[in-house]
Design a protein around this ligand. Structure first.
Ligand SMILES: *Cc1c(COP(=O)(O)O)cnc(C)c1O
Length: 450
């Protein structure tokens, strides 16, 4: 008879005969074996294409567990993690405040299909910190938030046209999966197979950081108030204010996609930092404390056009989920104003050390900081500063790939894409930051030699 290990070890439980509570402990698979097996079951072996290593080379590490600033793969290798679930995690992995509230919530049931006190409290917590959000509707992802915000804006204004910005990312929402134009605002073409021309026929793409001239056909302008999906690009002075004025001029709604910036830049997000009030805000990532979530918030008269009060349909089986709202409340509870001051200092500190490490090694890289957000731009010929998508594309993707692989070999996990942010959170203490900088010195030397 096989000896049973009482608690299933994720490192060993992938083999036949294991259940989550009884593990046969049958052998430790490698990243490669597991990833190959995943590829046979899951297209590309990943459930979000951004996780693939296509653009940086190599194969993903397969994660067994994570704690604080570190992540450990199934082979037992531990990395300092600068991905932090692409910004969904801000307190560090497996923070006791989160795991404790999720565990406690789970014992009361995991989904009901009826209102709960926790979803009310999370909506209140968002409204309390982001005054433009007089009403909040919770849902399951940032993608659902942006698609619902677009539907709401179209329903409220009775107009179809949407303006978006090249290099901004709003999730997998058909109307926003549009090829990034350059130059002046142009009507978009689908940015991916499977999106009909008709789905983006009313979507215009404008260059970031230039206020487009709108017509009264426009329902809404949607913008990342700090662009964090083409590196990290600050809004230039006057850009967000200009969008507000231009939207008001033609009666269009201004939608801020704060899925990354919400509760990461400041308690009130980018709208607080830049003092511009949108009509609708999209949230995700931080507000779920690492569980699946999304939300939109906005003026009461706009939000109350959502069903059941208004004509714009929205529904979701798992919306306002008890576990996600428990995790989100626990996360927001920890995020006091002092935390943001600390995160600002840490982002600047890490940026300075990474800059020094790369400069001493002769590896051309810049680390732009916008508030608590940190980006990376590789290559001596890259645009400086980066203001829009055309500038962002001057980053040297090959050089980023070399740096990424060298960092991973030195025990630091960056995102496997040259346009992702580097996420600094509460778990990145001074000691962790120093050790990341040490690793970066060696990695930059390796990356510099080509
Ligand atoms: C991540 C992201 C989204 C999509 O959120 P999901 O939860 O992945 O669907 C939308 N907008 C921005 C700015 C994002 O960074």
């Amino acid at each position: 008879m096989t000896e049973m290990i009482p608690f299933c070890d994720p490192v060993a439980c992938v083999d036949a005969g294991c259940s989550p509570t009884v593990c046969t402990g049958a052998g430790v698979p490698s990243n490669t074996t597991l990833f190959e097996r995943s590829c046979a079951a899951i297209p590309g072996g990943v459930n979000s294409s951004i996780r693939a290593f296509r653009s940086v080379g190599g194969e993903p590490y397969v994660v067994a567990r994570a704690e604080g600033a570190t992540i450990t793969d199934v082979e037992g290798t531990t990395y300092f993690d600068l991905v932090q679930s692409y910004g969904a995690v801000i307190l560090g992995h497996a923070h006791p405040a989160i795991t404790g509230s999720v565990a406690a919530a789970a014992t009361d049931g995991t989904s009901y299909g009826a209102p709960t006190p926790r979803e009310m409290k999370l909506a209140e917590a968002i409204s309390a910190r982001v005054p433009s959000c007089e009403r909040v509707r919770l849902m399951n992802s940032g993608t659902e938030a942006t698609s619902t915000a677009i539907r709401l804006a179209r329903g409220v204004t009775g107009r179809d046209r949407i303006v978006t910005f090249a290099g901004n990312f709003h999730g997998a929402t058909d109307a926003l999966l549009v090829a990034g134009g350059s130059g002046i605002a142009t009507l978009g073409l689908p940015g991916t197979a499977g999106v009909p021309n008709a789905s983006v026929a009313e979507t215009m793409v404008a260059p970031y950081n230039v206020v487009p001239e709108l017509t009264d056909e426009v329902a809404a302008v949607i913008v990342e108030p700090v662009a964090a999906n083409m590196g990290v690009v600050a809004p230039e002075p006057g850009f967000l204010q200009g969008l507000r004025v231009e939207c008001d001029r033609v009666g269009a709604l201004l939608i801020f996609d704060e899925v990354i910036t919400g509760f990461r830049l400041a308690p009130g997000g980018a709208q607080e930092k830049y003092d511009v009030t949108p009509d609708i805000t999209c949230f995700g990532k931080v507000i779920g404390g690492g569980l699946p979530i999304g939300a939109i918030g906005g003026r009461a008269d706009v939000m109350e056009q959502l069903s059941p009060l208004g004509p714009v349909f929205h529904a979701g089986t798992l919306s306002g989920n008890p576990l996600a709202t428990a995790a989100g409340l626990a996360a927001l509870d920890q995020l006091t104003p002092e935390v943001y001051i600390e995160l600002l200092a840490r982002a600047r500190h890490l940026a300075a050390l990474l800059r020094d490490a790369c400069a001493s090694a002769g590896f051309a890289a810049r680390f732009p900081v916008v508030g608590t957000l940190l980006g990376i731009v590789c290559g001596a010929d890259a645009a400086d500063p980066v203001r829009n998508f055309d500038d962002a594309k001057t980053t040297d993707e090959q050089a980023y790939g070399r740096f990424f692989r060298a960092m991973l070999a030195e025990g630091v996990a960056l995102a496997p894409g040259a346009y992702e942010a580097i996420f600094v959170g509460l778990a990145h203490t001074d000691d962790v930051i120093d050790r990341i900088a040490d690793a970066a010195s060696r990695a930059a030397a390796t990356a510099a030699t080509g």
